[in-house]
Design a protein around this ligand. Structure first.
Ligand code: MSP
Length: 640
């Protein structure tokens, strides 16, 4: 029988910074959904990728002194490594610099132009480069980007526009007829009240002030607006407008675009309007999940509050991280990340509940039956209650996953685990053994082995390594689907368990929290080198005059532990400069050295001593060292 299809996508990730645990949230949730659907008999296509064009990437590449392509290649490698580390089972990874994608985007623009859905004009308004978003004056909050709170720039340039306004009524009608399209419901109201009701304006969809993008085939001065380029990935990845469009025919429209709440707007207004213009069916659902917060703030590089997923996976294993994200963060709303909650969740659910159940059961089967899973005799009412729980769980989990709630699904699966642990306490197999009640002991241990089989099968989408390990311990093979959950009692004769190591080790909270605090301290991003630091133009940079200077004399400033006063030769001039490096350098050591001076800094009095400039130094938290040219250079020479 032909399987039903399921097409699920994550947003494609910006290739303009490094990745943190917040980024992993969307991908891990989608992975659990994709794996669940596969196990539940669907033919799944799970797409993820990278969003590699745009002004932000171009600026970051320039700042790093590499080409944009070199820049995005490095980030591509990083993200592929991250998804490997987290066990993400995507079916395709798309890069917006892939040829086929670029060609599809060009064909889309041509089609839109031919049918008069786009026209040339001039864009004048505000632009947020980190979000790659256009804003009108009235949409700004305190003059800043309403999404990320960062500076916006006034932009005026020749652009092509998409007739977005033309689709306003059709969009409203579509929302009315498909009330599930934007989920959760609160986001639908937000879209209608904040964006649709004030009136949709035509959208600027090309840029001319930089060139890192897909060139418009009919006007090569223009590159595609990065959001149009990015959104098109969902269809270009399937072969839309390409020679082989069999995947497109099979999987489009998407069943689910999972996105963070800040980009719901692009996916529920611009994207469906564009699809309407292309005369294509619309996706079935866009789900805007909440953010992973750190304290009160969104976890983000620019806020310097990121948690490194590589570090966490390295310390605890990926399933601990997957479990935490899927179980602890309430789905749809924001959730606060804390090390305390991560440790508490792991110890309570994975170590105590799941780990103990598996180790107690396999240990008893080993001790009482030489490792061979016994066959059951008659089931009691107590057994039947557990059997009913196991047999009914798939249906409950299916309903939870239908509403995309991984926390509920996991809570339902863990009911088996918790109930089975209680069953051990109720039946006390060690007493049955002592009393020689072999038949009952056989049944009890068989029921426990079956409970574990049910739980471990259902856990695969969420913690795949753990499921695999549990099946290994049970002496069975992890099934590829939920077919074998049709009935309790499938473990046949002669199955040999293998107790082996613990599934999870208890984390010593006090010790671990100290370790993590230490790590966070050493990992704190240096604001100066942060890749999300505000960008400056070459003209801004040119305002800072840097020159070489030779130290003629150097003395301590009276009554100060920190300050040194320098006389510097700068070309024909002698300058007095105060610098706070007395703890790091003896004055005599400095004499004769060449330093780099910010020569046009406004003069100031420091501890009553006049200072005309600043000596450049590098600091790593432990030391401060002055910057000097790699080879001998005369004083007064420009540094740039
Ligand atoms: N490139 C765009 C998407 C284009 S899709 C056509 C983009 N990229 S992103 O790298 O900024 O974000 C990728 C995903 O990570 C988004 O779903 C975003 O919401 C998610 N997250 C980034 N930080 C996050 C948290 N702190 N918490 C939860 N998810 C967050 O947007």
């Amino acid at each position: 029988m032909k399987k039903p299809t399921y097409y699920i996508t994550t947003p494609i990730y910006y290739s303009s910074g490094s990745f943190h645990l917040g980024h992993c949230y969307t991908t891990v949730i989608c992975d659990a959904i994709a794996r669940f659907k596969r196990m539940d008999g669907f033919d799944v296509f799970y797409l993820t990728g990278t969003d590699e064009h745009g002004q932000k990437v171009q600026q970051k590449a320039e700042a790093a002194g590499v080409t944009p392509k070199q820049y995005v290649d490095k980030l591509y490698e990083q993200i592929v490594e991250l998804w490997k580390t987290l066990g993400i089972s995507y079916d395709k990874f798309i890069r917006t610099t892939d040829d086929y994608h670029e060609q599809t985007v060009q064909k889309i623009y041509e089609k839109l132009l031919a049918q008069d859905d786009i026209y040339k004009s001039t864009y004048e308004g505000w632009y947020c480069t980190p979000c790659e978003s256009f804003w009108t004056e009235s949409q700004l909050v305190d003059g800043k980007c309403p999404d990320c709170g960062r500076e916006v720039k006034l932009q005026k340039e020749e652009s092509y526009f998409f007739r977005l306004g033309k689709y306003q009524d059709r969009l409203i009608k579509f929302y009315e007829q498909n009330p599930e399209f934007i989920s959760p419901k609160s986001r639908m109201n937000e879209m209608i009240n904040n964006f649709i009701k004030p009136g949709l304006k035509d959208l600027c969809i090309s840029r001319t002030t930089f060139d890192w993008g897909i060139k418009l085939p009919f006007d090569e001065k223009h590159v595609a607006y990065v959001w149009i380029d990015a959104l098109a990935n969902y269809i270009s990845a399937l072969g839309y407008l390409q020679d082989d469009c069999s995947l497109f025919d099979k999987f489009w429209p998407a069943d689910l675009h999972m996105v963070g709440k800040e980009i719901v707007r692009f996916h529920t207004i611009i994207w469906p309007a564009l699809l309407m213009a292309l005369d294509l069916p619309l996706p079935k659902k866009v789900y805007g999940h909440g953010w992973l917060l750190f304290g009160n703030d969104k976890m983000s590089k620019s806020k310097g509050n990121v948690v490194d997923p590589f570090v966490l996976c390295g310390r605890y294993g990926r399933d601990v991280i997957r479990y935490y994200l899927l179980r602890e963060i309430p789905f749809g709303s924001d959730g606060v990340y804390t090390n305390e909650a991560l440790i508490a969740r792991t110890n309570a659910d994975l170590v105590n509940d799941l780990g103990n159940l598996v180790s107690r059961t396999t240990a008893m089967i080993t001790q009482y039956f030489g490792g061979i899973v016994p066959q059951p005799a008659a089931y009691t009412d107590l057994d039947k209650e557990l059997i009913a729980l196991c047999e009914g769980t798939l249906q409950r989990v299916r309903a939870d996953m239908e509403s995309l709630s991984a926390p509920d699904a996991l809570a339902d699966i863990f009911k088996i685990v918790q109930r089975a642990n209680k069953y051990i306490d109720d039946t006390t197999p060690w007493t049955l053994n002592k009393n020689g009640d072999k038949q009952r002991l056989e049944t009890v241990l068989y029921v426990l082995a079956e409970c574990i089989r049910f739980a471990a099968t259902l856990l695969e989408p969420f913690v795949p390594d753990t499921s695999e390990k549990i099946f290994g311990k049970l002496g069975l093979k992890l099934p590829a689907d939920f077919g074998e959950l049709d009935r309790f009692g499938r473990i046949g004769e002669g199955v040999v368990v293998n107790k082996g190591d613990n599934l999870f080790n208890r984390i010593d909270a006090e010790k671990e929290l100290k370790e993590l605090a230490k790590l966070a301290e050493t990992d704190k991003p240096d604001k100066q080198t942060e890749s999300d630091a505000p960008q400056i133009t070459i003209d801004d940079f040119a305002k800072v005059k840097l020159v070489t200077a030779r130290v003629l004399s150097c003395e301590k400033v009276a009554k100060s532990d920190k300050l040194l006063v320098f006389k510097l030769q700068v070309g024909n001039e002698v300058r007095q400069v105060v610098s706070g490096i007395a703890q790091y350098y003896e004055p005599s050591y400095m004499v004769g050295k060449t330093v780099v001076l910010v020569s046009n800094l406004k003069s100031a009095k420091i501890r009553g001593v006049e200072s005309n400039g600043m000596i450049l130094c590098a600091a790593d938290g432990k030391r401060v060292v002055f910057v000097t040219p790699e080879q001998d250079v005369d004083s007064g020479k420009e540094v740039r």
